[in-house]
Design a protein around this ligand. Structure first.
Ligand SMILES: [Zn+2]
Length: 94
């Protein structure tokens, strides 16, 4: 599976999870990677995009736009891991 297809689906799922968290609803607050700005889910101790463990709470200036566009949901590291474990199928390129 190609990254573009995969990330589109992942972004939808993550946007739904992030958007439904009480912290986000109430304060627009979310866990953000200090190194690359990735929006992290509450159970993620390591950034799924760059692998950093420097994650802190931040208030998003425009949460609705963030969640719809998903520009800070890239998950590069997660994707590489899936690909190297061959979960996404062999020889898909991306
Ligand atoms: Zn990061």
């Amino acid at each position: 599976m190609l990254y573009d297809q995969w990330i589109r689906r992942e972004r939808k799922i993550r946007a739904r999870i992030l958007g439904s968290s009480p912290e986000m609803k109430e304060y627009g607050r979310c866990r953000v990677c200090s190194d690359c700005g990735e929006l992290c889910l509450c159970h993620e101790l390591i950034c799924p995009n760059c692998g950093s463990d420097r994650i802190s709470q931040e208030v998003l200036a425009d949460r609705d736009t963030e969640l719809v566009r998903g520009t800070r949901m890239r998950l590069r590291r997660r994707f590489e891991q899936l690909r190297s474990n061959d979960i996404l199928g062999r020889g898909t390129g991306a």
